[in-house]
Design a protein around this ligand. Sequence first.
Ligand SMILES: [Zn+2]
Ligand SMILES: [Zn+2]
Length: 368
Amino acid sequence: MKDPYELLGVPRTAAEGEIKGAFRRLAKEHHPDRNPGDDASARHFKELNAAYQILSDPDKRAMFDRFGAAGLGGARSGGAGPFGNVPIDLGELNIDGIFGDLLDALGIRVGDRGDIKVDIELSFSEAVFGCKKTVAFDRVASCVGCDGTGAAAGTEFSACASCNGRGRVRMQQGVFPIAVERACPACHGSGRVVKTPCETCSGVGLASVRAEVEIVVPAGVESGSTRTVEGQGSVVRGKRPGDVEVTVHVRPHELFRRAGDNVICTLPVTFAQAALGDEIEIPTLEGKGTLRVPPGTQPGTTLRIRGKGIPRRVVGGRGDQLVEVAVEIPVDLTDKQKELVMELAKELGEAVQPQRSTFVEKLRALFH
Ligand SMILES: [Zn+2]
Ligand SMILES: [Zn+2]
């Protein structure tokens, strides 16, 4: 977080009016409407707003002067404090009325719907067969110390000075001479302000809490897919709580990989097994199984086991398991083994090698 005094270009001793003046001048200059498509300007504009929120609020300014950014415990400080790292609504903070609407109008959203994104990791088989997962995350919720009012227990509220307790203010927007009424940004439309702030939340009425939700992961879920848990996100004053968006990440499997609804594995077989055929133990998603490799199986052949793949969510049923046969050629032969292989080669000739015989024929035809 940048130093708010530096951002606004005012000395630490600056009076309220000086700060306000500096902010208005700079905000006008870096206003995104004046600098369309300029991201740096938009970012700077946002920083100016954040700086002004601190310096225009005597409590926040005092906290900043004493403890720096950590003292604020705000969203941008990233430190301890009531909000930890949870993003909170910019509109939540006391912004001078004139610029309160501006943030909305400019579409500046700092977690302003209270949505939270969470990632979870699943094992390959959890993703294949589905599971239940408890997801833990931090959210902004009503402070339990004051039940969200922001006032210390047993203390009174006073009428909001900005709106004289009406809860609504009239304001001029942009260059148009049209005044509109809207909820007072100083008291969020309640018409009253806290006299003695709650100690737990410094009068904000909100606090970061650890929350847990259980989500049901459907069978066959793919890595990167998301589930939305509605209304379990952060509380934003005056709006319904945001949602929690859970993104699923599936850990790779040692033997399996996924292709759509099918699961693929590679099966190394010996030359003898490929030539003579064999019943071979193979991994399946349910555990060990056996597969009959037919005699004369060629390297690269894919054998299909129907219905042993990934459960299909929409149409039902399951995909297939594909077994890619990898014939291994023996290495580091002993003299005796070499002799036997040569003997076998002589005995076999070329007639029993299906690809080689046609290859040789084609070669002859080409260069006869
Ligand atoms: Zn509180
Ligand atoms: Zn008010």
